[in-house]
Design a protein around this ligand. Structure first.
Ligand SMILES: C[S@@+](CC[C@H](N)C(=O)[O-])C[C@H]1O[C@@H](n2cnc3c(N)ncnc32)[C@H](O)[C@@H]1O
Length: 250
């Protein structure tokens, strides 16, 4: 299979029938195994999957199918605990209105709700939203969850005391998107973000954040905390370079 579009279609078809998986890497590996089973030599299958990861950066038709498979897994491969950075940053702050962008299965949204925040969360994965709502009901927590993409959601103006984006597959450092988010923050409101930084040894992941672009995109805000370190992330099993920022609208 040499045609990149044919390969991409095969990948999308695979996602529709793939078994539930703990993290995205397992689904990419599963597709590689399928290519090998169909007769592709192993080194070409590795190259093909790296090509798919690269193509994914500019496409959106794979995100909901992939994350639906992940949130359907009874054994999540990512941390289901809230981001430790978020927990640290909100400690001692008065609970207000919070928005969790690309909330996944709601690990942060539910934590914030449990701490008295009035939380809205959204994600393109219907399965993620369903899991979050089910867990909220089980824990008797109230929060509003919607199936939506980052460019469909109405952020409003001066609406949020806290905006959270952890490993969010949205254009965090896009200047227009950042301006929309800053405008939607209340005075004293915080933006808290955390994700992978590019790794030159592997194809770029769509979820990566460039630390310099991050600072620039939110330069209107005052940075409270900025971390850039190699550590085990909430979404991988091996050490990765992670950037985290908490910034406030003075
Ligand atoms: C790596 S997960 C992170 C989930 C969650 N924030 C966390 O830290 O556990 C990336 C999430 O982005 C969601 N997503 C992808 N594209 C999106 C978009 N355009 N708008 C909103 N959510 C999106 C995916 O469905 C997935 O839940």
């Amino acid at each position: 299979m040499n045609d990149p579009e044919a390969l991409w279609s095969a990948f999308l078809a695979y996602l529709e029938r793939a078994p539930a998986a703990g993290i995205p890497a397992e689904l990419f590996a599963g597709f590689r195994d399928e290519l090998i089973r169909e007769g592709m030599p192993a080194d070409r299958a590795t190259e093909a999957v790296w090509g798919i990861v690269t193509m994914a950066a500019d496409r959106r038709d794979w995100t909901a199918p992939m994350f639906d498979r992940i949130y359907a897994s009874p054994e999540p491969g990512f941390s289901t605990q809230p981001s430790a950075f978020l927990v640290e940053v909100i400690e001692g702050r008065i609970a207000g209105s919070a928005l969790d962008i690309a909330m996944g299965q709601g690990r942060n949204a539910l934590y914030l709700a449990s701490r008295g925040w009035k939380v809205t969360g959204f994600d393109v994965s219907r399965e993620g939203v369903t899991v979050a709502q089910r867990e909220a009901a089980r824990r008797d927590l109230t929060f509003e969850a919607r199936v939506a993409a980052h460019d469909e959601f109405e952020y409003g103006a001066a609406a949020w005391d806290l905006i959270v984006m952890t490993y969010a597959l949205v254009p965090v450092t896009d200047v227009d998107f950042a301006a929309t988010l800053v405008n939607s923050l209340r005075p004293e409101g915080l933006i808290v973000t955390e994700s992978f930084v590019a790794d030159p040894t592997r194809p770029p992941r769509p979820v990566e954040i460039d630390p310099d672009r991050l600072r620039r995109a939110y330069s209107e805000l005052r940075i409270l905390k900025f971390e850039d370190e190699t550590t085990t992330s909430d979404w991988t099993h091996e050490p990765s370079r992670i950037v985290r920022m908490a910034a406030i609208k003075d």
